[in-house]
Design a binder for this molecule. Sequence first.
Ligand code: SAM
Length: 238
Amino acid sequence: MTSVIRLYVDHPLGAGQSVPLTSKQSHYLFTVMRKGLGERLQIFNGTDGEWLAEVSNSSKKTGYLQCEKRSKQQLLPPDLWLMFAPLKKSRSELVVEKATEMGAQKIMPVKTDFTNFDHIRKERLQSQAVEAAEQCGGTYVPEIPELQKLTKVLSNWDERKIMFCDETISGKSISLPNIEAPWAILVGPEGGFSAREREMLMDMPQVERVTLGPRILRAETAAVAALTLWQFTMGDWT
Ligand code: SAM
């Protein structure tokens, strides 16, 4: 069985709507996948659901699709952010891929005291989120803002709850409370959190310290475990 191609497009979608392809998408569709006029695929733009569309114009570098009918309603993720400290190149990409699949609404790279990385490849991470949404059947692509300092982010924090994944309480049974509210998960870097970051977090009434079990997980594993725990407790899995 061949699976139908899904593409994210940055264009409004609706019945009869003509949608231009980027040169990268045209190359993928017509040269790599050898698709042509009249072939069907699924497209989504993050707001109008998923649409069945037909290739109405094709060349090596450009192409157009025409929307036929909606194949899936728009599904927005729960109001859940993931904050993580950037990891070595491909491991940050893994976090973005997994967090998109797991239904995070926003994926925020934060620079912590023990993070060695001063910059991220934002465009690369954003296209990782697009690819993950294309392959998992999602209709939403999480936003990835610029890297910001964790202490600065926390000093401007509103009432959003924070699920602080704290490896120092691992093994103790401190579980995630089921509180209906916007949430953000916070996962630290390889070196964990500094004393001043811990102090700042512990002073915030929005913070819930949570253990992810008796073993110390790598940051990317911790992100997936935390997202699973949150989704199971309060998310859109049911
Ligand atoms: N520096 C720490 C150490 O060596 O003990 C390890 C940090 S861990 C690799 C990276 C992040 O994953 C932690 O800061 C925490 O947010 C999360 N994490 C890993 N294991 C965890 C656990 N068992 N419970 C809660 N959070 C955990």
